[in-house]
Design a binder for this molecule. Sequence first.
Ligand code: DAK
Length: 261
Amino acid sequence: MEYQNLQFSNDNGFVTITISREKALNALNKQTMLELEQYFSKDGLEKIDSIKGIILTGAGTKAFVAGADIKEFLGMDTEGGMAMAQRGHDIFFAIERFPRPVIAAVNGFALGGGCELAMACHMRICSENARFGQPEVNLGIIPGYGGTQRLIQYIGKGKAMELLMTADMIKADEAHRLGLVNHVVAQEELLAKARAILEKIASKGPLAIAKIIASVNAYFDHQQDGFNSEVRSFGATTGTSDFVEGATAFVEKRKANFTGK
Ligand code: DAK
């Protein structure tokens, strides 16, 4: 596949991928999503032995990615929205599970799908002018590329609720304070800082690094499964004789006599 919106440079196995739609503040249109999918699910994996690490950034100095391309999702129905969200999840999971370190070098606005993309990377380094936010509610939708799940992982439930519901944008220093980004540096130092971290990681065993990525991700998979598991388990317990006995005993103000059935 020929890449149109992603530009690549490879310096001795350190790959920099630049999302290059500067006039649209690097908004993620369908073509860009297709190219991210192609690289992280196929081309990058095929060349994995020659890759030491990846820096993902946006063209220019104004935006990393200013969101999903709003102009493309006008008129989308429920079915189309679900299909697009599912596909977006799969693409961002491919980034999150990529067996080499992927650092988002956030060089400006990281909004909506852009913030979600940065959060799918293993780390985030940002420039001082970076701004983060999930402004989807301004458009009457919610984040569809994992934002409601990953933001909690980085900044905790209460603050995530606030940012998701208010659509407030936060500055680089607050993103750092909250734990959303690892480091804040001057714009001109951004790529060098990301590269320095990748070089340090590249001096370690690549199999161990791949396992670190898999193991850390597994913790959060477990969290998500935990909620699903809770739903199933709750349903299973409500169908038991013990639940009838427990609830009845409460109403009758007596001690329950459970039978394990
Ligand atoms: N999409 C398309 N074009 C965008 C864009 C976006 N998200 N953001 C900016 N642009 C375009 C602008 O339209 C403008 O294009 P022209 O008018 O020049 O043709 C150009 O980029 C420069 O933008 P501005 O002129 O607005 O620049 P300013 O410096 O004045 O403002 C800004 C910068 C970042 C504050 C502003 O551009 C802005 O508010 N942009 C929109 C931010 C935003 O709301 N982003 C979208 C968040 S919602 C889904 C899954 C995921 C999503 C949706 C659905 N499904 C599964 C269905 C995700 C949704 C989002 O990301």
